[in-house]
Design a protein around this ligand. Structure first.
Ligand SMILES: [Zn+2]
Length: 153
């Protein structure tokens, strides 16, 4: 919608000005303004930055601050190799104890496997419970690396 409203084409400008649907849509987007946290969202890029910033500031996402600099590390999620089972993925992303304890000061945040604070980072990178799939993922990446190196001679 924002791209349409910023168009320099006279025909599109006239359509936006005269369209009831456009006026309603603009009103819906700006009154009240869409917010993520305290940030007013004006376009998709602003939304992505706001959501990313919120995730990085959270207990579950603080380890992801440099993720955009290394996009290939996310390949294990989307490459179809299924190195992490669906159950482990859901366990890791949804039901950490630190997340479940928000707003519940008496709830335990300790991992029932090893006793560390159970965050997403802990489950994915540290906890012995996920050690086997983590080692399997590591070995699969090493195999891919070795294959690439062998192909290059
Ligand atoms: Zn643990």
């Amino acid at each position: 919608m924002e791209r349409v409203t910023k168009s320099t084409d006279e025909l599109i400008e006239a359509m936006v000005r005269s369209s009831t649907t456009s006026r309603k849509e603009l009103a819906r987007c700006h009154d009240p303004p869409i917010k993520v946290g305290q940030t007013i969202i004006t376009n998709r890029q602003a939304a992505a930055v706001a959501w990313s910033g919120g995730l990085i500031r959270s207990a579950d996402g603080y380890g992801l601050s440099a993720h955009q600099q290394v996009p290939f590390v996310h390949g294990w999620v989307t490459d179809g190799t299924q190195l992490l089972s669906g159950a482990n993925y859901i366990h890791a992303t949804v039901a950490t104890r630190s997340r479940a304890a928000r707003g519940r000061p008496l709830a335990s945040v300790r991992c029932d496997c090893c006793g560390w604070t159970e965050t997403l980072e802990h489950v994915i990178q540290v906890c012995p419970r996920t050690g086997r799939p983590r080692i399997k993922r590591h070995d699969a990446l090493m195999d891919k690396l070795l294959l690439k190196m062998e192909n290059r001679g």
